[in-house]
Write a protein that binds this ligand. Structure first.
Ligand code: SER
Length: 322
């Protein structure tokens, strides 16, 4: 199948492209950022410059490359989004509308959308199921709720086959950029790089997390599932929910002498406190056979050597982060 990934230069995109190509698909990447270097993205993958706030450009690209399926990842994450809510609205909400509209008018049949734990607000019964009240506290969360609802509308109104996962915080050997769940990844990255990390949250902070290989597999599996097996458009997926202190201990077990401290940043801590501790992903398990492969210990065992190799190969790329 021919597939387009938007926001392909972000946290999820390159891993997703590699996974989909491994499954035999022809995959095009697009992003507002330039093409990643050859060590990060195979030279044979077509790359298109795409600003999702420009609807006509999306439509022109879809007509030009004639894809059947789009994975729509382009978005500004939660912490960066609070620094510029207007731009976040334009990119996330406007971008998703533009993308759906371009898919409808150019004949793309299926869209897979990445939603998030940030659609939830405080005070929900744990673990949080799919069909509960959505009261997001960030512009990122607001736009992701709107994206879910728009996709649902396009499915009912126009028959566009729309599917979405609500991702936990994702962790991989890459720089995320602007997420509030990033403290987890930075423990590994800075733990390897400098032997120390000052986390911007309290040690008892607990949110749902997932290792990236599980995340991209979930997207690909939902994208390939039979429509007739899907009872809804948007699915929670879950893996593990450690406290920040538990992640720090896992990192310390794997990296000798590492020192992780906690100095909460009020804005990001408030966002974290508004998210669920744990998600109920029963519907995803029942409808399309979702099952995570990695828990915290398995992730740490695989991730630490990967981060070591990456940091060694590209010391300048990992030298600083937000
Ligand atoms: N990882 C995202 C963020 O922190 C949550 O979807 O914004």
């Amino acid at each position: 199948m021919r597939i387009l990934v938007t926001g392909a230069g972000g946290q999820v995109g390159l891993d997703l492209i590699a996974y989909l190509r491994g499954a035999g698909h022809e995959v095009h990447g697009s992003d507002i950022s330039p093409r990643p270097s050859a060590d990060a993205l195979d030279a044979s993958v077509p790359w298109h410059h795409l600003d999702v706030t420009k609807g006509e450009r999306i439509e022109a690209l879809l007509r030009e490359i004639e894809v059947e399926q789009v994975f729509h990842l382009a978005a500004i994450l939660s912490a960066r989004g609070e620094k510029n809510p207007g731009l976040t609205y334009a990119v996330n909400q406007g971008g998703t509308y533009n993308l759906l509209e371009a898919c409808r008018s150019s004949g793309v049949t299926r869209v897979v959308f990445t939603s998030t734990i940030a659609v939830y607000g405080p005070g929900l019964a744990e673990p949080v199921g799919d069909a509960v009240s959505l009261q997001p506290q960030t512009m990122y969360g607001v736009t992701k709720v709107a994206g879910e609802l728009l996709g649902d509308y396009y499915q009912r109104r126009y028959g566009l086959d729309f599917r979405a996962v609500r991702f936990p915080g994702l962790i991989s050997a890459s720089l995320p950029g602007g997420g509030t769940s990033d403290y987890a990844l930075f423990m590994y990255l800075d733990g390897v790089r400098t032997g120390a990390y000052e986390a911007f949250c309290r040690p008892d902070t607990r949110i749902p997390l997932m290792y990236m290989p599980d995340g991209v597999r979930a997207l690909a599996e939902l994208g390939a599932a039979d429509r007739s097996s899907l009872s809804r458009t948007v699915y929670n997926i879950a893996a593990f929910s450690p406290t920040a202190a538990e992640i720090a201990r896992s990192v310390a077990d794997a990296i000798e002498g590492v020192e992780i401290t906690f100095v909460p940043d009020p804005m990001r801590q408030a966002i974290l406190d508004s998210w669920p501790n744990a998600l109920d992903d029963t519907n995803a398990r029942n409808d399309w056979g979702w099952k995570p492969a990695f828990d915290l210990a398995a992730m740490t065992a695989e991730l630490v050597p990967q981060v070591r190799a990456l940091v060694k190969a590209n010391p300048e790329r990992f030298a600083s982060h937000e």
